[in-house]
Design a protein around this ligand. Structure first.
Ligand SMILES: N[C@@H](CCC(=O)N[C@@H](CS)C(=O)NCC(=O)O)C(=O)O
Length: 176
């Protein structure tokens, strides 16, 4: 396995902290220089078309992105000490805390820094990630496992559901 990571970046740090708690020290690491835009070059985009670290390269050659997913995978390889819950109930409460912190705290701080700090202006303006998404990833095509939607993924109607643009219909027991 090889972990693509970056110095000082908070998401890779989540994985580093997880590994430290587990006492796992023998995973090979490759530093990606975000300031130099290495994550937006074809070599890295082939590993994660979303141009984000961390990414874990598995022994079978697949690439696993998303810090939470990487931690779940590592938990399955190194179950002790248990960090993700012993049973379904414990796992659910840990996942709740994880999502609340990520969605309602961390994402806000990250977006604030990304859109106000001058160092990010240069990185945000680099278009190679969008280019990669438009052409379906530098390795060819985005796979279902690599992302759910992107600005370039058209939304598809699910048959049987009302169109989002049609006016709401009154419930059948309503007198209106
Ligand atoms: N949801 C992803 C977020 C990954 C992420 O945003 N990583 C940052 C570093 S902390 C990154 O690669 N940023 C590069 C960029 O946005 O251009 C995860 O949990 O791994």
């Amino acid at each position: 396995m090889r972990l693509y990571t970056a110095a000082r970046a908070p998401n890779p740090r989540r994985v580093d902290m997880f590994l430290a708690e587990k006492g796992v020290r023998d995973i090979e690491r490759e530093l990606v220089d975000l300031n130099a835009g290495e994550h937006k070059q074809d070599g890295f985009l082939a590993r994660n078309p979303l141009a984000r670290v961390p990414v874990l390269e598995l022994d079978d050659g697949r690439f696993l992105a998303e810090s939470r997913a990487i931690c779940s995978f590592l938990e399955s390889l190194y179950p002790e000490p248990n960090l993700m819950g012993h049973d379904g109930e414990e796992r659910a409460f840990i996942e709740m805390a994880d999502r609340q912190i990520e969605l309602y705290l961390f994402a806000g701080i990250a977006n604030c820094i990304r859109h106000t700090h001058s160092a990010w202006r240069r990185l945000n303006n680099r278009s190679s990630r969008n280019t990669a998404l438009r052409r379906g990833g530098s390795s060819g095509r985005l796979r279902a496992g690599s992302m759910a939607t992107s600005p370039h993924t058209p939304m598809r109607r699910v048959s049987g559901l009302p169109s989002p643009t049609s006016p709401p219909t009154a419930p059948s027991n309503s007198r209106a």
